[in-house]
Write a protein that binds this ligand. Structure first.
Ligand SMILES: Cc1cc2nc3c(=O)[nH]c(=O)nc-3n(C[C@H](O)[C@H](O)[C@H](O)COP(=O)(O)OP(=O)(O)OC[C@H]3O[C@@H](n4cnc5c(N)ncnc54)[C@H](O)[C@@H]3O)c2cc1C
Length: 419
């Protein structure tokens, strides 16, 4: 009847609370390696904690996970973003929707979310054990009992069920590996791109509301995205770049963050339609100075850079002076400009690990290991990661909730057989 939950983060806390509600007699211990619980949650979302998203529906939600989308379909049918909103609201933490769909606590403070989880767990009798890093887990195959060994003190704890909710920490992966699991190699997800290109020089801070991106990785894989892009002093960032980094996380890591990025800065057009527009302007507005009059709604400084980057002094020309080659070259730059990605920057708002416990080895109805009965997983320790916007926490809530259900069911079956 004793359960060890390893890791007092979002997934560990949520599982502990859900299990204590379902099985009030269960002896639940929540082990945390450090002196502080929920530390990632507290710094998340710029200190506001983007708890979940307003995207609802299993299919719609699962599309936001570059890894785990297929496996999360079933789990989201059982506990999705709407359930998260109701869960927190019924415990005194209403969540507010921002225009982009992200949902934050109405206090705009992550500590409200952390305190809610801490108080619920305490009220339900979950035994919190901080500064208790679990270094080893051994299973006695004949009794089915797990023995946990605490680092340094070497204290040993015997339990019947273990939930590993250690996030992206290497130590957690080692625990899973030692119990027979395969780990997909951890690599970063959600980052900006390092790009050195003349076109971007002196454009730091300039943003494009809408672009179309195509990323060709060295291993031959191609990834697509669309949306806003921001020029930074080291290259490119913004929501579309960050999403692209998540989709291509593994392929980019394999290629040591070298890839070719093609950008269409005019996603409503293609190269031919832009050439056509230039031809029309040449006919209709021959006396207009190219640098002063752009046919497109683009940042002025970018338009200047595009003209200067044309090699010929296009800025001083009138539309009547534009040659066919000038127009083709401009159209190419605006719709299919190629950039060399030479590295990755870190995205400061959110950061997750791609990689973790291999998904085919986990039963997504209960989150129980298919290899080691009695062992469960939840949260970022799994090879699941979402795009920005509250999807990573949603995965922690959903998998934590399912793991609690799985453990509760196993405990009640155990009671039934022993009584
Ligand atoms: C700066 C930042 C901002 C973010 N913002 C958002 C956001 O706004 N929205 C969103 O959806 N996602 C966000 N994320 C991602 C999100 O924080 C994670 O996906 C989420 O915290 C994962 O929850 P988890 O419980 O699986 O792991 P964690 O929150 O990492 O918790 C794991 C816990 O396990 C403990 N632990 C590890 N090993 C052991 C061990 N051997 N023994 C005992 N304890 C151990 C760790 O100390 C930690 O407390 C952000 C991430 C970062 C870094």
């Amino acid at each position: 009847m004793s359960v060890a939950i390893i890791g007092a983060g979002a997934a560990g806390y949520f599982a502990a609370i859900a299990l204590a509600e379902k099985q009030p007699d269960a002896e639940i211990s929540l082990f945390e390696a450090t002196g502080k619980t929920l530390s990632k949650l507290i710094i998340s979302g710029g200190g506001r904690c983007n708890v979940t998203t307003s995207t609802t529906g299993a299919r719609e939600l699962s599309a936001f996970y570059p890894r785990g989308s297929r496996e999360l379909l079933g789990p989201f049918n059982r506990f999705e973003s709407g359930d998260t909103v109701r869960w927190f609201e019924s415990r005194g933490v209403p969540l507010l929707r921002e225009p982009d769909g992200r949902m934050f606590p109405s206090t705009h403070k992550s500590i409200t979310v952390a305190n809610c989880l801490r108080e619920e767990a305490k009220k339900l009798g979950v035994a919190l054990k901080v500064q208790m890093p679990i270094a080893k887990i051994k299973k006695n195959e004949s009794t089915g009992v797990f023995e946990l060994v605490v680092k340094k003190s070497k204290e040993r704890i015997a339990v019947t069920h273990v939930l590993i909710a250690t996030g992206g920490s290497r130590g957690g992966f080692t625990l899973a590996e030692n119990l027979g699991h395969q780990i997909e190699p951890p690599v970063p997800s959600l980052f900006s791109f390092e790009i050195r290109d003349r076109l971007l020089e002196e454009l730091q801070g300039v943003s494009f509301e809408s672009t179309e991106l195509r990323l060709e990785c060295l291993n031959g894989e191609t990834f697509y995205e669309q949306g806003p892009v921001l020029v930074t002093h080291w290259g490119l960032s913004g929501p579309a770049i960050i999403r692209l980094s998540a989709r291509a996380a593994r392929a980019l890591a394999e290629g040591e963050y070298n890839a070719k990025l093609f950008i269409n800065f005019l996603p409503d057009h293609n190269t031919e339609s832009v050439q056509q527009i230039f031809r029309e302007w040449k006919e209709k507005h021959p006396r207009r100075t190219v640098s002063l009059h752009s046919p497109f709604d683009l940042p002025k400084s970018f338009w200047q850079q595009v003209l200067e980057g044309g090699g010929v002094a296009l800025s001083s020309k009138n539309y009547s002076d534009l040659s066919k080659q000038d127009m083709n070259s401009l159209a190419q730059t605006l719709t299919a400009k190629a950039f060399e990605v030479t590295g990755k920057g870190r995205f400061k708002d959110e950061f997750v690990t791609c990689g973790g416990v291999r998904l085919s080895e986990v039963n997504f109805k209960t989150m129980e290991s298919k290899i080691c009965p009695g062992l469960y997983f939840a949260g970022e320790v799994l090879d699941i990661d979402g795009l920005t916007g509250g999807y990573n926490f949603q995965c922690a809530w959903t998998t934590g909730w399912l793991a609690a259900g799985g453990i509760a069911e196993s405990l009640s079956t155990g009671i039934a057989t022993t009584s």
